[in-house]
Design a protein around this ligand. Structure first.
Ligand SMILES: CC(=O)SCCNC(=O)CCNC(=O)[C@H](O)C(C)(C)COP(=O)(O)OP(=O)(O)OC[C@H]1O[C@@H](n2cnc3c(N)ncnc32)[C@H](O)[C@@H]1OP(=O)(O)O
Ligand SMILES: O=C([O-])CC(=O)C(=O)O
Ligand SMILES: [Mg+2]
Length: 297
């Protein structure tokens, strides 16, 4: 099912039936059925077989279904694309994407598979994981490579490896990449996602990291374990105070517009037309998540 919001994209190892059978019970916005690094080299074929059957026969309810194929430099990715499209995945995540040309290679195969399996050409979304200096530097051309592009994501495991950087809890090694990715995504009009948090037991640092990327403008975060979902949703969901403030802004802007007043004070803050879109975004997110029942958006 297609989602408007994608706060969480949870990885599932396609090698493990126990993981892929019912992940929707944890209510992530999206799942990423992984054929790449979570799957051992000798298990690629059986994981792909399991992927196809999972997509075809299991009902993931409200959860959007993505497939992480193997990279375009591997012998596996062409069959991965056929299986994902045949199973009607919502989208395909391209790992270690380095250029718009990589996106085009995948897109051409996706179009061919859509024709082969009788789906409308263009119906499968794409997203790209940027995991190397080249990928991050090419973020804008990758994000703008095709109308199928849903978003771009930072993948810090491979990024820190290729940068010879340390993966820290404070994330200074990721500042430049995060900044570049969120800028490129907004310029191209696509979504952007932060990397997985690998420290499974440290939910406090997950919260701090999620607050950082939420404040920067990211739309969501990749997830490796169900216990990370509630923390991330909690950070992304607007608070009652934010919802009230957004309502006050929209009401004040509309009332003052009629009087010819452009700048005003709302809840102690200066407000003008520049704040309208942000307030609307807050209320839309609150509406989709069931936190706002009003009719201002
Ligand atoms: C750098 C990268 O490329 S990241 C992307 C590739 N990595 C992955 O896909 C890894 C995804 N995550 C996992 O496989 C697992 O969470 C692990 C291996 C990290 C930890 O596994 P566990 O120690 O079993 O986790 P935990 O004890 O918290 O599991 C609790 C429950 O959640 C389930 N669960 C754990 N992770 C997931 C997941 N990613 N998706 C769905 N269910 C999950 C477990 O099956 C378990 O269910 P149960 O109670 O019915 O038995
Ligand atoms: O996409 C992710 O966050 C996981 C990943 O592949 C990486 O960190 O290299
Ligand atoms: Mg990776």
């Amino acid at each position: 099912m297609r989602r408007e919001i994608r706060r969480t994209m949870m990885f599932l190892n396609c090698q493990k039936a126990s993981l892929v059978k019912d992940p929707y019970i944890y209510e992530p916005d999206c799942v990423i059925l992984d054929l790449e690094d979570a799957v051992a080299a000798q298990e690629k074929d059986s994981a792909r077989f399991q992927l196809y059957n999972t997509l075809k026969y299991l009902d993931y309810r409200q959860t959007e279904r993505w497939v992480r194929i193997n990279g375009v430099d591997t012998p596996y990715f062409k069959e991965d694309i056929r299986a994902a499209v045949a199973g009607k995945a919502d989208g395909i995540r391209i790992p270690v994407c380095e250029s718009a040309a990589d996106v085009k290679v995948v897109e051409n195969l996706v179009s061919a598979a859509e024709e082969e399996f009788g789906l409308p050409v263009g119906s499968t979304l794409l997203m790209a994981a940027l995991e190397s200096p080249k990928g991050v530097l090419n973020a804008f051309s990758i994000a703008a490579a095709t109308p199928r592009m849903m978003g771009i994501a930072l993948s810090a495991g491979d990024f820190t490896r290729t940068m010879h950087a340390k993966h820290t809890k404070t994330g200074e090694e990721l500042f430049a990449a995060r900044g570049q990715i969120v800028l490129a995504a907004r310029a191209a009009g696509v979504m952007c996602f932060d990397t997985v948090h690998t420290d499974l037991d440290d939910l406090d640092s997950l919260r701090r990291e999620t607050e950082l990327i939420c404040n920067m403008g990211f739309d969501g975060k990749s997830v490796i374990n169900p216990k990370q979902i509630a923390v991330i949703h909690d950070v992304f969901n607007p608070t009652a105070k934010e919802i009230k403030h957004a309502e006050h802004i929209l009401l004040a802007l509309s009332a003052n517009k009629a009087k010819g007043i452009g700048v005003m004070v709302v809840d102690g803050k200066m407000i003008d037309i520049a704040m309208k879109e942000g307030a609307e975004r807050t209320l839309k997110l609150a509406k989709v998540t069931g936190l706002y029942k009003g009719d201002l958006v």
